[in-house]
Design a protein. Sequence first.
Length: 473
Amino acid sequence: MRKISLDQIIERAIQENPWWQAPYSIPTVYSKWIPRPYLDLLVPLVEQTNIQRAVVLMGPRRVGKTVMIHHLIHRLLSAGVQPKNICYISVDHPIYNGLSLEEFIRSYEKAASIDTSREMCYIFFDEIQYLKEWEKHLKSLTDSYPNLRFLASGSAAAALKLKSVESGAGRFTDFLLPPLTFHEYLFLLKQDALVVIEEHDKNLEFKANDISLLNQHFIDYLNFGGYPEVVFSDEIKSDPGRFIKNDIIDKVLLRDLPQLYGIHDIQELNYLFTSLAFNTAGEISLNELSQNSGVAKNTIKKYMEYFEAAFLVKIVHRIDRSAKRFKRANFFKVYLTNPSMRAALFSPVSSDDSAMGSLVETAIFSQWFHAEYLLFYARWRRGEVDIVSLDKKMKPLWVVETKWSDRYYERPEELKSLGQFCQTHNLTKALVTTKTIQEFKTIGNTTFKYYPASLYCYLLDYNIVKSKKIIPQ
C-alpha cells in the first residue's frame, strides 16, 4: 500500500493557506461573513507575547469557530504580519491522518520556507480533537517553540473542555465562543440602531427606539437566532429542524457523545435531551426524570454532565431563601445554551405562546455564556427568585426576576418572593424584566428596576464584548 508523500501533504497545506500567494487574503467563503464582535476579545489572546500559552477555542457546533479563525487571520494580515508566517491546518482532513503536531510544524516549515526558530509565526489547528492526545502534543509544542503562537479549535467540545483542563494547566487559555447573542444577532442584521446607548456618570444606559420592533427581532432570535448561518437564510428558517436538529443536535447526540464516552443506548440519550429541551428553564427532579424514563439516577447524572460539557445545556443549581446550597442536588434547573434549539425540536413560538416565559429566561441565561459569574436560582417553600448571583463568600450580589409581561409593574405585590429575598439579604434593588416597560418603582426598602427582556439581553452581551464589565442592574 502506498503512503501519502510529504509532497502531497505540503500541497494540501498550500491549498489551505491561499494567502501565501497573491492576493494575500482569506478565501471569499469566509470574508463574505461579517466578523462576530467576539473576535475583538479573541485577538488580544492570540497576539500576546509576554505569556507562553496556547489558546483553545471551544464552543458548540456551527457557531462559527472556523470562520472566526479566518477572520483572525485577516486581522493579522491587515496588521502587517507576513502571509507565510500564518499557517492554518484542518486536522480532520484525511491526508493528515496519523501525523503528530510536530510533523505538522515540519511540513509547514518546508511548505512555506520558514524557520520557526527565528521567526514569529501563528499556527491554527482546526478540529484538533481528531488527533489522539492532542492536548499533550500541544503542551509540548507550546513549551518547545517560544516563537510560535498556537490556537486550537474543535467541535467536539466535550473532549476539548475536559482534556484542556486535565493536561494544559498553565499552558492553555480557554476561549468560549457562544451561540449568537442577541447583541450580535442585531449587529449582524444591521439592526443595532434599534438600541440607543447613552453614558451618564460613567454608566451606560440602554433604551429602545421602537420596543415593538425590537421585540419582533427578539422573538425571531428565540426561534432562529443562535447560529450565524440561520440568520441570513430564509430557507433554513422555513425548516429549522432540518439544519439545527439534523446537522447540530443529532451529530452531538448520535456521534460526538457516543464516540467520546462509549454510550450505547442512543435512544435513551436522545429521549433525555428532548425532555430537557422541552422543559428548558424548568426545575428538574432526578427522581421524576428517573421514574419517567426508566433510567437510573446515576446514569442521568452522567448524561447531564455530557450535555453540559458539549455545550448543549447549562445546569443551574438551587439555593434556599438564606442563599445556602442544598447538600443533595436532587433539584436543579436546566437551560438550553441556545433557545432556538427548542424551536428546531418542536415548533417556533409567537409572542403569546405559553412557552415564551421559559424561552425568555433561557435566552437571558444564554447571554451569560461567556461571563464568569456564580449564578443560581432560589426556591423555598413559598417563593422563588429566578437568578441570584453570589460572590465567592456565597453572599448575594444581585437578583433578577425574568418575566415576559408588563403586569408586574402595575401589580408589584405579586413580586412578594423577590421582595422577601432582597429584605433577607439587605439588597436595595432588584431587576424585573418586562415585555415593554422601562421604569423604576420602590416598594418598601427595595427599588424594582423594570426592564424589557429584549433590551436586557442586548445590554448583557454588549457589556461583555465592549467593556468586559457586566452591568446587570
